[in-house]
Design a binder for this molecule. Structure first.
Ligand SMILES: Cc1cc2nc3c(=O)[nH]c(=O)nc-3n(C[C@H](O)[C@H](O)[C@H](O)COP(=O)(O)OP(=O)(O)OC[C@H]3O[C@@H](n4cnc5c(N)ncnc54)[C@H](O)[C@@H]3O)c2cc1C
Length: 442
């Protein structure tokens, strides 16, 4: 999708949408089809980066719980806020919306709905097709709002307090390059803080606090990780000073970190693991997660193979178990030997080429399955964002700045896994795009 002409600097839009994720695109499509002039400011070079990785690339688009009360009861303490939003756009509306655009949906276990072709890219295509008349500005990072409070007639303390309570107005969004984008309404759709590489870095929290909104910051889930594979427990107490950990979901690489790894009686810990636990927790919401350990990340396949060959050549008459420890220390060596399917009592001169290559493979890819995260977040529900009390959910308008509207993950709504999160994006996005009056043509 092309960026709009930079001369849009001078354009005044009816609606400026900040963030081109699921919620922002839904709101933009709805607003533009009602005849409003709309721009999207997106800091990535493309829209919907996070949407593409949802549901392991299959996009669990909603949860086919058609009873709104039952659906909202899954959203914990925050569910009740959304009744008036869902009265306008509920789960059935989501099915009708996507199916009317030619996207067939299917329902799987636990009422999780997916596009029939299992492709999140198909969902993105539907949303993007509605945006032909929207001025899309990618690589446009917003750094803050320009906000005004109504001026009071006099400035004594009493009137200052009253002024604080009076609704304000957002008059502009400031971009990183210093430019200011003006609009009559601003829809904030900058998402939350999970998977920051997709652009959701919680930028808006600081601007919102600056203008007087309450933002709830979720406790970061920095915890050790429980592992299913019994071999991990055999290594309890062992620390590897420099291991590489790669996280996979449905065989797709999700993230990699290198550093200290500690094996414990329940699984893995240490700073590297703890720092990746939040992302692992996010992924667990959508399915199984595997972690692969590379025991010798500084040696590539060829180097490691050559190293083993040299070691074996020098120790032809030794037993494998007495030789491998020169490369892999003690207990870890016996686990690696077993996983590689090598008899530890084999004489080195009997080790075949295939066995050596299998050993290289094992050292580089020690696979383990994540059981769960340890700690209070084991239930894997995310929240955090703008306090619901400060939002009018009939319109998604801020109660403090009525020309500012909120959609999607930027709101502090508790979201379990199973398609709930995206449904909130569709409902809030649709309602925000519907709430802004179309200006009368003079
Ligand atoms: C791995 C993973 C899998 C998931 N799978 C599912 C699933 O299958 N089903 C489900 O219901 N939910 C799923 N979710 C949750 C779902 O992805 C989110 O609820 C949804 O994407 C939120 O949409 P959003 O539009 O609110 O925010 P985002 O999708 O986060 O979009 C926000 C956009 O705002 C942009 N932005 C941020 N700051 C700025 C700025 N300063 N200036 C300009 N632009 C900015 C970002 O670049 C981003 O494009 C998953 C989440 C993760 C992490």
């Amino acid at each position: 999708m092309n960026s709009a002409n930079p001369t849009t600097e001078t354009t005044h839009y009816d609606v400026c949408i900040i963030g081109g994720g699921a919620a922002g695109m839904m709101a933009a499509g709805r607003a533009v089809e009602r005849g409003l002039s709309v721009c999207i400011l997106e800091k990535n070079d493309q829209l919907g980066k996070k949407l593409l990785i949802t549901g392991g690339g299959r996009c669990n688009i909603t949860n086919a719980e058609y009873d709104t009360h039952a659906f909202l009861s899954k959203l914990g303490k925050t569910g009740h806020f959304l009744h008036s939003t869902f009265a306008q756009f509920d789960v059935k509306s989501t099915f009708a919306f996507f199916e009317s655009k030619g996207l067939e949906l299917k329902i799987e276990e636990f009422k999780r709905a997916f596009p029939a072709d299992d492709k999140s890219a198909s969902v993105l295509r539907v949303l993007e097709l509605r945006l032909r008349k929207v001025a899309i500005r990618t690589s446009a990072q917003v750094t803050g709002f320009i906000a005004e409070k109504k001026s009071a007639a006099n400035t004594d303390a009493k009137s200052d307090a009253k002024k604080e309570r009076e609704p304000g107005t957002i008059t502009g969004a400031r971009l990183k390059n210093g430019e200011v984008v003006r609009a009559s309404h601003f829809i904030l759709a900058t998402g939350g803080t999970s998977h920051p590489e997709t652009g959701s870095t919680g930028d808006a929290y600081a601007w919102l606090k600056e203008i007087g909104h309450t933002v709830i910051i979720p406790e970061p889930s920095l915890v050790p990780i429980a592992i299913r594979d019994p071999w991990v427990k055999e290594l309890q107490g062992i620390t590897l000073s420099s291991a590489k950990l790669t996280v996979f979901q449905e065989n797709k690489k999700q993230l990699t970190k290198k550093g200290r790894l500690l094996f414990t009686h329940f699984g893995i810990s240490g700073p590297t693991v703890i720092n990746m636990s939040r992302d692992v927790g996010e992924l667990l919401k959508w399915g199984e997660v595997d972690i692969e350990v590379d025991l010798l990340p500084d040696k590539d396949y060829a180097m490691l193979n050559a190293m083993l060959q040299e070691l074996f050549d020098k120790n032809k008459n030794k037993l494998f178990k007495n030789c491998i420890t020169e490369i892999i220390p003690g207990k870890t060596a016996s686990v690696v030997t077993r996983l590689a399917g090598i008899n530890p009592d084999t004489a080195i001169n009997s080790i075949t080429r295939e066995e050596r290559l299998k050993l290289v493979e094992t050292i580089k890819h020690m696979k383990m399955k994540v059981e769960n995260l340890l700690g209070p977040d084991a239930s894997i529900v995310t929240s955090g964002g703008v306090a619901c009390e400060e939002v009018d959910f009939k319109t998604m308008r801020s109660r403090l700045y009525p020309n500012l509207l909120f959609t999607g993950d930027v709101l502090n709504i508790e979201r379990p896994s199973g398609g709930y999160s995206l449904q909130i994006c569709w409902s809030t996005g649709w309602v925000a795009g519907s709430a802004i009056e179309v200006p009368e043509v003079e």
